[in-house]
Design a protein around this ligand. Structure first.
Ligand code: PEP
Ligand code: MG
Length: 574
């Protein structure tokens, strides 16, 4: 029976494919029933994965660098203990036998049972250790995925699969960068969560916050995903399929047409040149950057080098990653944001997660609490700066003490490199992200002490409106057009201009073509976004007159009647 679900359109485009259900647990895996003659080999596959994981953990333990946070060795020891427990390395074998299921599924079922027992523990600290069990299981599953079961149907990996999950983390999404899905849909999540941002980066349609999708949709059912409207149609009839095939063809044609703009300059009708930069997570994103014709990298989210692993990337490994990107960009700027771990991007060895992680030890706060970790990164960036036009960007600045400590640390790393006669760019620009309202209000003071500013609207909206950007329950209140948000953006742009500093927006607002004219009207001239959005934003820039959009943008910025907002935005965009 056909039915329709409504959620948040997280990444536009239309996909038509068969549902591939991920497991309802925190570790998303598929479930297969195995033929009886494959049970023994499946158990062997499980045993090998556990042994390989044990070996990996021991190796990691022996290679911990001296500067690593003290939590890291203790964390690995605990994981080795968990892995050696019968509950993890024996019990799943019984489940494979009994339920004739694949190893990933058996392990996940066992994990769920253990997590449920942890949930009953009263002591909050002990209860939170369930996370370690989940992480160990995740590690074994990753190993299993590297050695796929012979029972895994090939169609499950094909491009016409729509992944249906309860929740996906940013770290999961990074793994999907190497897997082809037609689309993905989730029960949870908000449109500026890092998971949604990564989906846009993959250029595949996505709908989030569907609430019940995981329980209402069956494996292999045909579904249509409309990522722009946030609509999912399950088991569509032939007429609806026809309609969406036509829409899909139109969308593909428009995307193809946009490619013609790749080498055009982003100039408004009245001659103002606008800079369009790309946001990336990993050096692997460079082909997409090249495709987009970006004029530089405005945000390299360096923390993604730290996810999906239990060890720390060494200075050398980081240096190589930064240098690769710098060399590929040649004389174009590459803005490397220093580590923004914490909140929804937790490294497994990180500090205990607070009740309110978005307000906790994340980004620059975490880096200043772990100076050795920070120095390693700063040295890697500085060394790489000898190979291109690098810029350093500090995330989540909230006060001038943090800024001073960071600048001092950069200076001491520079001195160290000078002493060691290692080359670097002594004039490397240092910028700050404006994503806390306190920093936006005092943007003029921050601008005086920095070389450039970049507005992180995803967090600025979250902190200004007190709306968790990843929580779909309050997603309807997450409003980029709130006059307070627009006021802070405009104030920051003006403050930068007064001090002669570039101000960019690198949050998701910059990549939404419906907001391009608004941002131009608020005075923005530097945009940074997912590479997949650059051409659509360029098209908007090329169709805009600054004078006109400025007037309309002022009206929107002063508007306090939410009912008028859509029509004001329409006028701006017409
Ligand atoms: C932002 O907050 O707008 C931003 C660009 O940083 P992130 O999305 O990585 O938090
Ligand atoms: Mg941010």
């Amino acid at each position: 029976m056909s039915f329709t679900l409504h959620g948040i359109g997280a990444s536009s485009g239309i996909a038509i494919g068969r549902a591939h259900l991920a497991s309802p647990s925190r570790v998303e895996v598929a479930h297969y029933v195995l033929p009886a003659d494959q049970i023994d080999s499946e158990i062997k596959r499980f045993e090998q994965a556990v042994e390989q994981t044990r070996e990996e953990l021991r190796n990691l333990r022996s290679q911990i660098p001296a500067h690593a946070p003290a939590e890291l060795p203790a964390f690995l020891d605990m994981h080795l203990l968990i892995l050696d427990d019968n509950m993890i390395d024996e019990e799943p074998k019984r489940l494979i036998q009994e339920q004739q299921c694949n190893a990933e599924w058996a392990l996940t079922q066992q994990m769920e049972a253990l997590v449920a027992r942890f949930d009953e523990i009263e002591d909050a600290y002990l209860r939170s250790r369930q996370e370690d069990v989940v992480q160990v299981v995740q590690r074994v599953i990753k190993t299993l995925v590297g050695h796929p079961s012979t029972a895994l149907p090939q169609a499950e990996l094909a491009e016409e699969c729509v992944l249906v999950a309860h929740e996906l983390t940013p770290a999961d999404m990074i793994l999907f960068k190497n897997t082809k899905f037609a689309a993905f849909i989730t029960d949870l999540g908000g449109s500026t969560s890092h998971t949604a941002i990564l989906a846009r980066g993959l250029g595949i349609p996505a709908v989030m916050a569907l609430h019940q999708a995981r329980s209402l949709i069956h494996d292999h059912e045909w579904i249509i995903v409309d990522g722009r409207e946030g609509v999912v149609i399950v088991d569509p009839d032939e007429k609806v399929l026809e309609e969406y095939r036509a829409k899909q063809a139109k969308w593909r044609h428009e995307t193809e047409k946009l490619k013609k703009l790749k080498t055009s300059r982003a100039v408004t009708l009245d001659g103002a040149a606008i800079e369009l930069y790309a946001n990336i997570e990993l050096p692997e994103d460079m082909p997409a950057v090249k495709e987009s014709g970006a004029q530089g990298i405005g945000l390299f989210r360096s923390e993604f080098l730290f996810l999906n692993r239990d060890d720390l990337p060494s200075e050398e490994e980081q240096f190589e990653a930064y240098r690769t990107v710098l060399k590929e960009m040649g004389d174009k700027p590459v803005t490397i944001r220093t580590l923004d771990l914490g909140a929804d991007k937790q490294a497994p060895w990180g500090h205990t997660v607070a009740d309110n992680p978005a307000l906790g030890l994340r980004a620059i706060r975490l880096c200043l609490a772990e100076p050795r970790l920070f120095e390693t990164q700063l040295r890697a960036i500085l060394r790489a700066s000898a190979h291109g036009k690098a810029r350093i960007l500090i995330p989540m600045l909230g006060n001038f003490g943090e800024l001073r400590s960071t600048l001092q640390l950069i200076e001491s790393c520079k001195q160290n490199l000078r002493d060691q006669k290692i080359k670097f760019d002594d004039h490397i620009p240092v910028g700050g992200m404006i994503e806390i309202p306190a920093a936006a209000l005092l943007a003029d003071q921050f601008a005086k002490q920095l070389d450039f500013l970049s507005i992180g609207t995803n967090d600025l909206i979250q902190y200004t409106l007190a709306i968790d950007r990843a929580d779909d329950a309050v997603a309807h209140l997450y409003d980029p057009l709130h006059p307070a948000v627009l006021h802070l953006i405009q104030h920051t742009i003006k403050s930068g201009k007064k001090s002669g500093r570039h101000v960019s927006v690198c949050g998701e607002m910059a990549g939404d073509p419906r907001l391009t004219r608004l941002l131009l009207g608020l005075g923005l001239r530097h945009f940074s976004m997912q590479p997949a959005s650059i051409l659509a934003v360029k098209q908007q820039v090329m169709r805009s007159m600054l004078d006109e959009v400025t007037d309309h943008a002022q009206r929107l910025q002063k508007n306090t009647d939410p009912e008028k907002t859509p029509s004001l935005l329409d006028k701006l965009n017409s």
